[in-house]
Design a protein around this ligand. Structure first.
Ligand SMILES: [Zn+2]
Length: 591
Protein backbone atom coordinates (compact mmCIF):
# COMPACT_ATOMS: atom_id res chain seq x y z
CA UNK A 1 0.00 0.00 0.00
CA UNK A 2 1.24 3.51 -0.76
CA UNK A 3 0.37 6.75 1.01
CA UNK A 4 0.16 10.39 0.01
CA UNK A 5 2.97 11.07 2.47
CA UNK A 6 5.22 8.61 0.64
CA UNK A 7 4.21 10.04 -2.73
CA UNK A 8 4.83 13.62 -1.68
CA UNK A 9 8.25 12.85 -0.17
CA UNK A 10 9.55 10.56 -2.88
CA UNK A 11 12.49 11.26 -5.15
CA UNK A 12 11.59 11.25 -8.81
CA UNK A 13 12.85 7.70 -9.20
CA UNK A 14 10.96 6.51 -6.11
CA UNK A 15 7.84 8.28 -7.31
CA UNK A 16 8.02 6.48 -10.66
CA UNK A 17 8.43 3.17 -8.87
CA UNK A 18 5.47 3.86 -6.58
CA UNK A 19 3.24 4.67 -9.56
CA UNK A 20 4.64 1.92 -11.76
CA UNK A 21 1.94 0.24 -13.85
CA UNK A 22 -0.74 2.90 -13.28
CA UNK A 23 -0.47 3.93 -16.92
CA UNK A 24 0.25 0.93 -19.12
CA UNK A 25 3.94 0.89 -20.16
CA UNK A 26 4.08 4.71 -19.87
CA UNK A 27 6.38 5.77 -17.01
CA UNK A 28 6.83 9.24 -18.58
CA UNK A 29 3.50 10.32 -17.09
CA UNK A 30 4.62 9.75 -13.50
CA UNK A 31 8.03 11.20 -14.35
CA UNK A 32 6.42 14.47 -15.41
CA UNK A 33 3.73 14.54 -12.68
CA UNK A 34 6.43 14.31 -9.97
CA UNK A 35 7.20 18.00 -10.58
CA UNK A 36 3.73 18.95 -9.38
CA UNK A 37 4.03 17.63 -5.80
CA UNK A 38 2.77 17.96 -3.16
CA UNK A 39 -0.67 16.46 -3.75
CA UNK A 40 -3.20 17.37 -1.05
CA UNK A 41 -5.49 14.46 -1.95
CA UNK A 42 -5.59 11.35 -4.10
CA UNK A 43 -8.10 13.16 -6.30
CA UNK A 44 -5.52 15.91 -6.88
CA UNK A 45 -2.87 13.33 -7.80
CA UNK A 46 -5.25 11.65 -10.26
CA UNK A 47 -6.06 14.97 -11.86
CA UNK A 48 -2.39 15.90 -12.22
CA UNK A 49 -1.75 12.63 -14.05
CA UNK A 50 -4.72 13.36 -16.32
CA UNK A 51 -3.44 16.84 -17.04
CA UNK A 52 0.01 15.53 -17.85
CA UNK A 53 -1.56 13.43 -20.59
CA UNK A 54 -3.81 16.29 -21.75
CA UNK A 55 -0.75 18.50 -22.15
CA UNK A 56 1.27 15.83 -23.97
CA UNK A 57 1.59 15.78 -27.76
CA UNK A 58 -0.91 13.96 -29.99
CA UNK A 59 1.86 11.50 -30.76
CA UNK A 60 2.47 10.75 -27.06
CA UNK A 61 -1.25 10.32 -26.46
CA UNK A 62 -1.64 7.93 -29.37
CA UNK A 63 1.38 5.94 -28.20
CA UNK A 64 -0.20 5.72 -24.73
CA UNK A 65 -3.41 4.33 -26.24
CA UNK A 66 -1.44 1.82 -28.30
CA UNK A 67 0.33 0.51 -25.20
CA UNK A 68 -2.92 -1.16 -24.14
CA UNK A 69 -3.73 -4.76 -25.03
CA UNK A 70 -6.80 -5.90 -26.92
CA UNK A 71 -9.68 -7.29 -24.87
CA UNK A 72 -9.46 -11.08 -24.75
CA UNK A 73 -6.94 -10.63 -27.53
CA UNK A 74 -3.71 -12.34 -28.56
CA UNK A 75 -1.78 -11.06 -25.54
CA UNK A 76 -4.39 -12.50 -23.19
CA UNK A 77 -4.13 -15.88 -24.87
CA UNK A 78 -0.34 -15.86 -25.01
CA UNK A 79 -0.28 -14.84 -21.32
CA UNK A 80 1.80 -11.72 -21.98
CA UNK A 81 -0.54 -9.18 -20.33
CA UNK A 82 0.71 -6.94 -17.54
CA UNK A 83 -0.40 -8.13 -14.11
CA UNK A 84 -2.82 -5.19 -13.93
CA UNK A 85 -4.42 -5.90 -17.30
CA UNK A 86 -4.74 -9.57 -16.54
CA UNK A 87 -6.48 -8.82 -13.23
CA UNK A 88 -8.88 -6.37 -14.92
CA UNK A 89 -9.80 -8.67 -17.78
CA UNK A 90 -10.35 -11.51 -15.30
CA UNK A 91 -12.55 -9.30 -13.09
CA UNK A 92 -14.78 -8.66 -16.09
CA UNK A 93 -14.94 -12.38 -16.75
CA UNK A 94 -13.12 -12.10 -20.06
CA UNK A 95 -11.14 -15.23 -19.23
CA UNK A 96 -14.44 -17.16 -19.16
CA UNK A 97 -15.84 -16.14 -22.54
CA UNK A 98 -18.01 -18.65 -24.37
CA UNK A 99 -16.70 -19.58 -27.80
CA UNK A 100 -19.39 -17.33 -29.28
CA UNK A 101 -18.39 -14.31 -27.18
CA UNK A 102 -14.76 -14.97 -27.89
CA UNK A 103 -15.39 -15.07 -31.66
CA UNK A 104 -17.46 -11.89 -31.41
CA UNK A 105 -14.68 -10.07 -29.53
CA UNK A 106 -12.05 -11.15 -32.07
CA UNK A 107 -14.23 -9.84 -34.90
CA UNK A 108 -14.81 -6.57 -33.06
CA UNK A 109 -11.10 -6.21 -32.27
CA UNK A 110 -10.26 -6.63 -35.96
CA UNK A 111 -12.97 -4.25 -37.19
CA UNK A 112 -12.04 -1.68 -34.57
CA UNK A 113 -8.35 -1.74 -35.36
CA UNK A 114 -9.09 -1.50 -39.08
CA UNK A 115 -11.24 1.58 -38.49
CA UNK A 116 -9.19 3.48 -35.91
CA UNK A 117 -5.67 2.05 -35.99
CA UNK A 118 -5.41 1.49 -32.24
CA UNK A 119 -6.85 -1.11 -29.84
CA UNK A 120 -10.28 -0.66 -28.22
CA UNK A 121 -9.80 0.74 -24.71
CA UNK A 122 -12.43 0.14 -22.07
CA UNK A 123 -12.04 0.20 -18.30
CA UNK A 124 -13.62 -3.22 -17.97
CA UNK A 125 -13.82 -2.93 -14.18
CA UNK A 126 -16.53 -0.38 -14.94
CA UNK A 127 -18.03 2.60 -13.13
CA UNK A 128 -18.09 0.85 -9.74
CA UNK A 129 -14.82 -1.01 -10.14
CA UNK A 130 -16.44 -4.42 -9.79
CA UNK A 131 -16.43 -5.39 -13.44
CA UNK A 132 -18.72 -4.92 -16.43
CA UNK A 133 -20.60 -7.93 -17.70
CA UNK A 134 -19.45 -9.48 -20.97
CA UNK A 135 -22.73 -8.36 -22.51
CA UNK A 136 -22.07 -4.76 -21.43
CA UNK A 137 -18.57 -4.94 -22.83
CA UNK A 138 -19.71 -6.26 -26.20
CA UNK A 139 -22.54 -3.72 -26.44
CA UNK A 140 -20.17 -0.85 -25.63
CA UNK A 141 -17.69 -2.18 -28.16
CA UNK A 142 -20.35 -2.31 -30.89
CA UNK A 143 -21.61 1.19 -30.06
CA UNK A 144 -18.20 2.82 -29.99
CA UNK A 145 -17.16 1.19 -33.23
CA UNK A 146 -19.68 3.56 -34.88
CA UNK A 147 -18.27 6.76 -33.32
CA UNK A 148 -16.44 9.51 -35.14
CA UNK A 149 -12.66 8.82 -34.85
CA UNK A 150 -12.02 12.14 -33.02
CA UNK A 151 -14.70 11.38 -30.43
CA UNK A 152 -13.50 7.80 -30.08
CA UNK A 153 -9.89 8.84 -29.53
CA UNK A 154 -10.98 11.17 -26.72
CA UNK A 155 -13.12 8.41 -25.25
CA UNK A 156 -10.13 6.05 -25.30
CA UNK A 157 -8.06 8.57 -23.36
CA UNK A 158 -10.84 8.95 -20.79
CA UNK A 159 -10.96 5.16 -20.43
CA UNK A 160 -7.18 5.12 -19.99
CA UNK A 161 -7.61 7.58 -17.11
CA UNK A 162 -10.41 5.51 -15.60
CA UNK A 163 -8.19 2.42 -15.75
CA UNK A 164 -5.44 4.46 -14.04
CA UNK A 165 -7.90 5.68 -11.40
CA UNK A 166 -8.84 2.13 -10.46
CA UNK A 167 -5.21 1.03 -10.38
CA UNK A 168 -4.37 3.99 -8.13
CA UNK A 169 -7.26 3.10 -5.84
CA UNK A 170 -5.74 -0.38 -5.51
CA UNK A 171 -2.28 0.99 -4.74
CA UNK A 172 -3.64 3.36 -2.10
CA UNK A 173 -6.19 0.75 -0.90
CA UNK A 174 -8.62 3.59 -1.45
CA UNK A 175 -12.19 2.35 -1.42
CA UNK A 176 -14.80 4.99 -2.35
CA UNK A 177 -17.27 3.45 0.10
CA UNK A 178 -19.64 6.43 0.18
CA UNK A 179 -19.62 6.60 -3.61
CA UNK A 180 -20.30 2.85 -3.83
CA UNK A 181 -23.28 3.35 -1.52
CA UNK A 182 -24.67 6.12 -3.74
CA UNK A 183 -24.07 4.03 -6.83
CA UNK A 184 -25.72 0.96 -5.29
CA UNK A 185 -28.77 2.96 -4.21
CA UNK A 186 -29.14 4.28 -7.76
CA UNK A 187 -28.86 0.76 -9.14
CA UNK A 188 -31.40 -0.66 -6.67
CA UNK A 189 -33.92 2.16 -7.18
CA UNK A 190 -33.73 1.68 -10.95
CA UNK A 191 -35.30 -1.77 -10.50
CA UNK A 192 -38.69 -0.04 -10.12
CA UNK A 193 -40.08 1.01 -13.48
CA UNK A 194 -43.40 1.64 -15.23
CA UNK A 195 -42.03 -0.37 -18.15
CA UNK A 196 -40.50 -3.84 -18.21
CA UNK A 197 -37.91 -2.95 -20.86
CA UNK A 198 -36.54 0.39 -19.67
CA UNK A 199 -36.42 2.84 -16.76
CA UNK A 200 -39.54 5.00 -16.68
CA UNK A 201 -40.96 6.31 -13.42
CA UNK A 202 -43.73 8.86 -13.84
CA UNK A 203 -45.77 10.62 -11.20
CA UNK A 204 -47.78 8.34 -8.86
CA UNK A 205 -47.62 5.13 -10.89
CA UNK A 206 -47.10 1.85 -8.99
CA UNK A 207 -43.36 1.99 -9.70
CA UNK A 208 -43.25 5.60 -8.52
CA UNK A 209 -44.92 4.69 -5.25
CA UNK A 210 -42.58 1.74 -4.82
CA UNK A 211 -39.65 4.15 -5.24
CA UNK A 212 -41.13 6.43 -2.58
CA UNK A 213 -41.50 3.55 -0.12
CA UNK A 214 -37.96 2.40 -0.84
CA UNK A 215 -36.53 5.88 -0.34
CA UNK A 216 -38.40 6.29 2.95
CA UNK A 217 -37.04 2.96 4.15
CA UNK A 218 -33.46 3.87 3.20
CA UNK A 219 -33.75 7.30 4.82
CA UNK A 220 -34.91 5.71 8.06
CA UNK A 221 -31.93 3.35 7.85
CA UNK A 222 -29.57 6.31 7.41
CA UNK A 223 -30.61 7.71 10.79
CA UNK A 224 -32.95 10.54 9.79
CA UNK A 225 -35.04 11.44 12.85
CA UNK A 226 -38.23 11.81 10.91
CA UNK A 227 -39.24 10.47 7.50
CA UNK A 228 -42.59 11.42 6.05
CA UNK A 229 -44.52 11.81 2.79
CA UNK A 230 -46.20 15.15 2.11
CA UNK A 231 -49.40 15.99 0.23
CA UNK A 232 -47.87 15.80 -3.27
CA UNK A 233 -45.91 12.62 -2.53
CA UNK A 234 -42.49 14.06 -1.71
CA UNK A 235 -40.48 11.86 0.65
CA UNK A 236 -38.96 14.09 3.31
CA UNK A 237 -36.19 13.09 5.68
CA UNK A 238 -35.29 15.35 8.59
CA UNK A 239 -32.02 15.08 10.48
CA UNK A 240 -32.36 17.45 13.40
CA UNK A 241 -29.72 19.89 14.48
CA UNK A 242 -28.18 19.93 17.96
CA UNK A 243 -31.01 22.24 18.90
CA UNK A 244 -34.22 20.84 17.47
CA UNK A 245 -35.55 24.37 16.90
CA UNK A 246 -32.54 25.43 14.85
CA UNK A 247 -32.88 26.40 11.19
CA UNK A 248 -32.52 23.80 8.48
CA UNK A 249 -30.55 23.37 5.32
CA UNK A 250 -32.93 22.25 2.59
CA UNK A 251 -31.61 19.92 -0.11
CA UNK A 252 -32.76 17.19 -2.46
CA UNK A 253 -33.80 16.47 -6.03
CA UNK A 254 -36.38 14.45 -7.95
CA UNK A 255 -36.89 10.70 -8.24
CA UNK A 256 -39.36 10.66 -11.13
CA UNK A 257 -37.79 10.10 -14.55
CA UNK A 258 -38.33 10.72 -18.23
CA UNK A 259 -39.27 7.73 -20.40
CA UNK A 260 -36.34 5.38 -21.08
CA UNK A 261 -34.25 7.31 -18.57
CA UNK A 262 -30.83 7.09 -16.94
CA UNK A 263 -30.44 6.03 -13.31
CA UNK A 264 -28.80 9.16 -11.93
CA UNK A 265 -30.78 12.18 -13.14
CA UNK A 266 -32.33 13.71 -10.02
CA UNK A 267 -31.70 10.72 -7.81
CA UNK A 268 -28.05 11.59 -7.09
CA UNK A 269 -29.31 14.76 -5.39
CA UNK A 270 -31.20 12.57 -2.91
CA UNK A 271 -28.54 9.91 -2.38
CA UNK A 272 -25.55 12.22 -1.89
CA UNK A 273 -27.10 14.04 1.12
CA UNK A 274 -28.42 10.71 2.43
CA UNK A 275 -24.87 9.32 2.45
CA UNK A 276 -23.61 12.46 4.22
CA UNK A 277 -26.35 12.24 6.87
CA UNK A 278 -25.70 8.56 7.38
CA UNK A 279 -22.02 9.34 8.07
CA UNK A 280 -23.01 12.02 10.61
CA UNK A 281 -25.44 9.64 12.28
CA UNK A 282 -22.86 6.87 12.44
CA UNK A 283 -20.36 9.29 14.01
CA UNK A 284 -23.01 10.30 16.55
CA UNK A 285 -22.76 13.91 15.44
CA UNK A 286 -25.29 16.74 15.36
CA UNK A 287 -24.69 20.01 13.54
CA UNK A 288 -25.90 23.42 14.69
CA UNK A 289 -28.61 23.24 12.01
CA UNK A 290 -31.04 20.62 10.76
CA UNK A 291 -30.80 18.92 7.36
CA UNK A 292 -34.02 18.35 5.44
CA UNK A 293 -33.63 16.09 2.42
CA UNK A 294 -36.55 16.12 -0.01
CA UNK A 295 -36.97 13.39 -2.60
CA UNK A 296 -39.13 15.39 -4.99
CA UNK A 297 -41.96 13.33 -6.45
CA UNK A 298 -42.29 15.14 -9.76
CA UNK A 299 -40.03 17.30 -11.85
CA UNK A 300 -39.98 15.95 -15.39
CA UNK A 301 -43.57 16.75 -16.49
CA UNK A 302 -44.04 13.33 -18.12
CA UNK A 303 -47.43 12.07 -17.01
CA UNK A 304 -49.46 15.28 -16.71
CA UNK A 305 -49.00 18.48 -18.72
CA UNK A 306 -47.29 20.33 -15.86
CA UNK A 307 -43.80 20.00 -14.40
CA UNK A 308 -42.03 20.87 -11.13
CA UNK A 309 -45.23 19.98 -9.26
CA UNK A 310 -43.28 18.86 -6.23
CA UNK A 311 -41.00 21.84 -5.80
CA UNK A 312 -43.88 24.19 -6.65
CA UNK A 313 -45.72 22.83 -3.63
CA UNK A 314 -42.72 23.62 -1.41
CA UNK A 315 -42.69 27.27 -2.43
CA UNK A 316 -46.48 27.68 -2.26
CA UNK A 317 -46.80 27.92 -6.03
CA UNK A 318 -48.78 24.76 -6.73
CA UNK A 319 -51.49 25.75 -9.21
CA UNK A 320 -54.71 23.98 -8.22
CA UNK A 321 -55.97 23.98 -11.81
CA UNK A 322 -53.27 21.35 -12.43
CA UNK A 323 -55.41 18.91 -10.44
CA UNK A 324 -57.89 18.78 -13.33
CA UNK A 325 -55.27 18.00 -15.95
CA UNK A 326 -55.39 14.52 -17.40
CA UNK A 327 -52.80 11.93 -18.29
CA UNK A 328 -52.87 10.02 -21.61
CA UNK A 329 -55.33 7.51 -20.13
CA UNK A 330 -57.74 10.29 -19.11
CA UNK A 331 -57.05 10.11 -15.36
CA UNK A 332 -56.99 13.51 -13.69
CA UNK A 333 -54.16 14.43 -11.38
CA UNK A 334 -56.68 14.71 -8.54
CA UNK A 335 -57.83 11.13 -9.15
CA UNK A 336 -54.24 9.89 -9.32
CA UNK A 337 -53.49 11.57 -6.01
CA UNK A 338 -56.57 10.09 -4.38
CA UNK A 339 -55.63 6.62 -5.64
CA UNK A 340 -52.19 7.12 -4.11
CA UNK A 341 -53.73 8.07 -0.78
CA UNK A 342 -52.61 11.70 -1.00
CA UNK A 343 -54.77 14.53 0.29
CA UNK A 344 -54.84 17.31 -2.29
CA UNK A 345 -56.50 19.69 0.18
CA UNK A 346 -53.27 19.62 2.21
CA UNK A 347 -51.02 20.82 -0.63
CA UNK A 348 -51.14 24.42 0.53
CA UNK A 349 -49.81 23.37 3.92
CA UNK A 350 -46.72 21.78 2.30
CA UNK A 351 -45.35 25.25 1.53
CA UNK A 352 -42.19 25.87 3.54
CA UNK A 353 -41.65 29.00 5.60
CA UNK A 354 -38.40 30.42 4.15
CA UNK A 355 -37.63 31.95 7.55
CA UNK A 356 -36.98 28.47 8.92
CA UNK A 357 -34.34 27.60 6.32
CA UNK A 358 -30.75 28.60 5.68
CA UNK A 359 -31.00 27.93 1.96
CA UNK A 360 -31.31 25.20 -0.66
CA UNK A 361 -28.53 23.23 -2.31
CA UNK A 362 -28.92 20.60 -5.00
CA UNK A 363 -26.48 18.04 -6.35
CA UNK A 364 -27.22 16.86 -9.90
CA UNK A 365 -25.58 15.01 -12.77
CA UNK A 366 -24.50 17.60 -15.34
CA UNK A 367 -26.55 16.11 -18.20
CA UNK A 368 -24.15 17.66 -20.69
CA UNK A 369 -20.64 17.14 -22.07
CA UNK A 370 -18.70 20.00 -20.41
CA UNK A 371 -17.14 18.37 -17.31
CA UNK A 372 -16.51 15.09 -19.10
CA UNK A 373 -14.59 16.86 -21.85
CA UNK A 374 -12.56 18.77 -19.26
CA UNK A 375 -11.83 15.57 -17.26
CA UNK A 376 -13.26 17.22 -14.14
CA UNK A 377 -15.45 15.28 -11.71
CA UNK A 378 -17.33 18.28 -10.23
CA UNK A 379 -18.50 21.69 -11.43
CA UNK A 380 -20.22 24.66 -9.83
CA UNK A 381 -23.42 26.04 -11.31
CA UNK A 382 -23.62 29.80 -11.81
CA UNK A 383 -27.21 30.04 -13.08
CA UNK A 384 -30.07 27.84 -14.26
CA UNK A 385 -31.66 28.65 -17.62
CA UNK A 386 -35.10 30.20 -17.67
CA UNK A 387 -37.66 28.37 -19.78
CA UNK A 388 -41.13 28.50 -21.28
CA UNK A 389 -43.12 25.49 -22.37
CA UNK A 390 -46.29 25.58 -24.47
CA UNK A 391 -48.69 22.98 -25.78
CA UNK A 392 -50.13 24.06 -29.11
CA UNK A 393 -52.94 22.77 -31.25
CA UNK A 394 -53.35 23.85 -34.87
CA UNK A 395 -56.85 23.44 -36.26
CA UNK A 396 -57.35 23.41 -40.01
CA UNK A 397 -59.70 21.34 -42.16
CA UNK A 398 -59.44 17.59 -42.61
CA UNK A 399 -60.25 16.90 -46.25
CA UNK A 400 -59.57 14.42 -49.01
CA UNK A 401 -55.89 14.13 -49.93
CA UNK A 402 -56.75 13.31 -53.54
CA UNK A 403 -59.47 15.80 -54.36
CA UNK A 404 -58.42 18.95 -52.48
CA UNK A 405 -56.18 21.13 -54.70
CA UNK A 406 -52.97 22.37 -53.14
CA UNK A 407 -54.16 25.98 -52.97
CA UNK A 408 -57.38 25.12 -51.09
CA UNK A 409 -55.89 23.31 -48.16
CA UNK A 410 -55.98 24.18 -44.45
CA UNK A 411 -53.23 21.78 -43.38
CA UNK A 412 -52.68 21.93 -39.61
CA UNK A 413 -49.48 19.84 -39.68
CA UNK A 414 -47.77 22.21 -42.10
CA UNK A 415 -48.29 25.09 -39.69
CA UNK A 416 -46.48 23.03 -37.06
CA UNK A 417 -43.73 22.19 -39.53
CA UNK A 418 -43.14 25.85 -40.33
CA UNK A 419 -43.14 26.78 -36.65
CA UNK A 420 -40.60 24.04 -35.85
CA UNK A 421 -38.22 25.28 -38.54
CA UNK A 422 -38.61 28.86 -37.33
CA UNK A 423 -37.82 27.79 -33.72
CA UNK A 424 -34.63 26.15 -34.94
CA UNK A 425 -33.55 29.19 -36.95
CA UNK A 426 -34.40 31.77 -34.30
CA UNK A 427 -32.81 29.88 -31.38
CA UNK A 428 -29.62 29.20 -33.31
CA UNK A 429 -29.19 32.91 -34.02
CA UNK A 430 -28.41 33.75 -30.35
CA UNK A 431 -25.73 32.12 -28.13
CA UNK A 432 -26.94 30.08 -25.10
CA UNK A 433 -30.53 30.05 -26.37
CA UNK A 434 -32.23 26.77 -27.32
CA UNK A 435 -35.64 25.83 -28.67
CA UNK A 436 -37.22 22.43 -29.33
CA UNK A 437 -40.43 21.01 -30.75
CA UNK A 438 -40.32 17.66 -28.98
CA UNK A 439 -43.91 16.52 -29.46
CA UNK A 440 -45.55 16.56 -32.86
CA UNK A 441 -48.66 14.59 -33.58
CA UNK A 442 -51.60 14.41 -36.00
CA UNK A 443 -54.39 12.89 -33.87
CA UNK A 444 -56.24 10.14 -35.74
CA UNK A 445 -54.27 10.96 -38.88
CA UNK A 446 -54.77 8.93 -42.03
CA UNK A 447 -52.52 8.48 -45.02
CA UNK A 448 -55.15 9.90 -47.39
CA UNK A 449 -56.49 12.79 -45.27
CA UNK A 450 -55.07 16.30 -45.01
CA UNK A 451 -54.30 16.88 -41.32
CA UNK A 452 -57.17 18.81 -39.77
CA UNK A 453 -55.50 18.95 -36.39
CA UNK A 454 -51.92 18.93 -35.24
CA UNK A 455 -50.68 19.02 -31.67
CA UNK A 456 -47.15 20.10 -30.91
CA UNK A 457 -45.05 21.41 -28.05
CA UNK A 458 -42.60 24.26 -27.59
CA UNK A 459 -39.68 24.21 -25.16
CA UNK A 460 -37.74 27.50 -25.16
CA UNK A 461 -34.78 28.22 -22.85
CA UNK A 462 -32.19 30.92 -22.24
CA UNK A 463 -29.69 31.97 -19.55
CA UNK A 464 -31.64 35.18 -18.83
CA UNK A 465 -35.35 35.88 -18.62
CA UNK A 466 -34.99 38.69 -21.17
CA UNK A 467 -33.46 36.39 -23.79
CA UNK A 468 -36.08 33.72 -23.06
CA UNK A 469 -38.96 36.19 -23.39
CA UNK A 470 -37.60 37.66 -26.62
CA UNK A 471 -37.42 34.15 -28.07
CA UNK A 472 -40.95 33.26 -26.93
CA UNK A 473 -42.37 36.54 -28.25
CA UNK A 474 -40.76 36.04 -31.64
CA UNK A 475 -41.94 32.43 -31.92
CA UNK A 476 -45.54 33.30 -31.00
CA UNK A 477 -45.58 36.28 -33.38
CA UNK A 478 -44.27 34.13 -36.22
CA UNK A 479 -46.81 31.43 -35.39
CA UNK A 480 -49.58 34.04 -35.71
CA UNK A 481 -48.29 35.17 -39.12
CA UNK A 482 -48.09 31.57 -40.35
CA UNK A 483 -51.60 30.84 -39.04
CA UNK A 484 -53.04 33.86 -40.84
CA UNK A 485 -51.29 33.08 -44.09
CA UNK A 486 -52.47 29.46 -44.01
CA UNK A 487 -55.96 30.15 -42.69
CA UNK A 488 -55.35 27.71 -39.85
CA UNK A 489 -56.24 28.48 -36.25
CA UNK A 490 -53.72 27.79 -33.52
CA UNK A 491 -54.41 27.56 -29.79
CA UNK A 492 -51.46 27.95 -27.48
CA UNK A 493 -51.52 26.88 -23.86
CA UNK A 494 -48.52 27.88 -21.80
CA UNK A 495 -47.82 24.91 -19.50
CA UNK A 496 -44.79 26.30 -17.74
CA UNK A 497 -42.83 29.52 -17.36
CA UNK A 498 -39.81 29.42 -15.07
CA UNK A 499 -37.44 32.30 -14.43
CA UNK A 500 -33.71 31.96 -14.86
CA UNK A 501 -32.17 31.31 -11.46
CA UNK A 502 -28.70 32.71 -10.79
CA UNK A 503 -26.95 31.00 -7.85
CA UNK A 504 -26.80 32.93 -4.57
CA UNK A 505 -23.19 34.19 -4.38
CA UNK A 506 -22.57 33.10 -0.77
CA UNK A 507 -23.84 29.58 -1.49
CA UNK A 508 -21.99 29.29 -4.77
CA UNK A 509 -18.86 30.25 -2.85
CA UNK A 510 -19.49 27.43 -0.34
CA UNK A 511 -19.51 24.91 -3.15
CA UNK A 512 -16.33 26.51 -4.53
CA UNK A 513 -14.57 26.13 -1.18
CA UNK A 514 -15.82 22.57 -0.79
CA UNK A 515 -14.51 21.57 -4.22
CA UNK A 516 -11.21 23.37 -3.69
CA UNK A 517 -10.76 21.55 -0.38
CA UNK A 518 -10.85 18.25 -2.26
CA UNK A 519 -7.81 19.44 -4.22
CA UNK A 520 -9.88 19.93 -7.36
CA UNK A 521 -10.03 23.00 -9.61
CA UNK A 522 -13.11 25.20 -9.32
CA UNK A 523 -14.94 25.12 -12.63
CA UNK A 524 -18.08 27.17 -13.23
CA UNK A 525 -20.83 26.39 -15.71
CA UNK A 526 -24.43 27.41 -16.35
CA UNK A 527 -27.19 24.81 -16.22
CA UNK A 528 -28.96 24.37 -19.53
CA UNK A 529 -31.50 22.04 -17.95
CA UNK A 530 -34.13 23.11 -15.44
CA UNK A 531 -33.91 21.77 -11.90
CA UNK A 532 -35.90 21.82 -8.68
CA UNK A 533 -33.47 24.49 -7.43
CA UNK A 534 -34.95 26.98 -9.90
CA UNK A 535 -38.30 26.68 -8.11
CA UNK A 536 -36.78 26.90 -4.63
CA UNK A 537 -34.99 30.00 -5.92
CA UNK A 538 -38.33 31.81 -5.52
CA UNK A 539 -38.23 31.27 -1.77
CA UNK A 540 -34.62 31.09 -0.61
CA UNK A 541 -30.98 31.35 -1.73
CA UNK A 542 -29.85 28.34 -3.76
CA UNK A 543 -26.77 26.92 -5.46
CA UNK A 544 -26.08 23.68 -7.30
CA UNK A 545 -23.18 21.27 -7.69
CA UNK A 546 -22.81 19.23 -10.88
CA UNK A 547 -21.30 15.75 -11.15
CA UNK A 548 -19.65 14.72 -14.41
CA UNK A 549 -21.64 12.37 -16.63
CA UNK A 550 -19.58 9.82 -18.55
CA UNK A 551 -20.46 8.50 -22.03
CA UNK A 552 -20.12 12.01 -23.44
CA UNK A 553 -22.36 13.42 -20.69
CA UNK A 554 -25.45 11.86 -22.27
CA UNK A 555 -28.64 12.09 -20.18
CA UNK A 556 -32.36 11.32 -20.47
CA UNK A 557 -30.99 8.11 -21.94
CA UNK A 558 -30.13 4.68 -20.47
CA UNK A 559 -26.46 5.30 -21.32
CA UNK A 560 -26.31 8.03 -18.66
CA UNK A 561 -23.62 7.02 -16.16
CA UNK A 562 -21.25 8.15 -13.42
CA UNK A 563 -18.44 6.47 -11.52
CA UNK A 564 -18.58 5.66 -7.82
CA UNK A 565 -15.32 7.64 -7.47
CA UNK A 566 -17.06 10.80 -8.71
CA UNK A 567 -20.04 10.08 -6.44
CA UNK A 568 -17.60 9.79 -3.52
CA UNK A 569 -16.18 13.23 -4.32
CA UNK A 570 -19.71 14.66 -4.43
CA UNK A 571 -20.50 13.23 -0.99
CA UNK A 572 -17.23 14.64 0.33
CA UNK A 573 -18.01 18.05 -1.16
CA UNK A 574 -21.46 17.94 0.39
CA UNK A 575 -20.01 16.95 3.78
CA UNK A 576 -17.48 19.78 3.51
CA UNK A 577 -20.25 22.26 2.78
CA UNK A 578 -22.01 21.04 5.94
CA UNK A 579 -18.82 21.52 7.96
CA UNK A 580 -18.40 25.06 6.62
CA UNK A 581 -21.95 25.91 7.57
CA UNK A 582 -21.38 24.43 11.01
CA UNK A 583 -18.23 26.53 11.41
CA UNK A 584 -20.25 29.60 10.42
CA UNK A 585 -22.64 28.70 13.24
CA UNK A 586 -25.29 27.83 10.69
CA UNK A 587 -25.86 31.51 10.03
CA UNK A 588 -25.02 31.14 6.36
CA UNK A 589 -28.21 32.62 5.02
CA UNK A 590 -27.56 35.88 6.83
CA UNK A 591 -24.64 36.66 4.57
ZN1 LIG B 1 -33.09 16.11 -13.20
Amino acid sequence: MITLHAINNATQAEFMTLLDGVYEHSPWIAEEAWHHRPFPTIAALKLTLVRTVREATDQQQTTLIKQHPELAGKAAIANTLTAESQHEQQTAGLSHCTQDEYDQLQKLNAAYFARFGWPFILAVRGPRGTGLSRREIIETFERRLQQHPDDERRECLRQVHRIAELRLNDKFRHEPALGHQVWDWAEALSQHSDRPDNLTVTYLTDAHRACARQLAEWMAGCGFDDVSTDAVGNVVGLFRGADSESKRLLTGSHFDTVRNAGKYDGRLGIFVPMAAVRALHQAGRRLPFGIEVVAFAEEEGQRFPAAFLASSALVGAFDRTWLDRRDAAGTTMREAMQQAGLDDTAIGASARDPGRYLGFVEVHIEQGPVLNELDLPLGIVTSINGSVRCLCEAVGTASHAGTTPMDRRRDAALLAAEVALYVERRAASVPDVVGTVGMLEVPNGSINVIPGRCRFSLDLRATTDAARDALADDVLAEMKRIAERRGVACNVEESMRVSAAPSAPAWQERWERAVAELGLPVRHLPSGAGHDAMKLHQAMPQAMLFIRGANGGISHNPLETITSDDAELAVQAFATLLEQLAADGGEGAAR
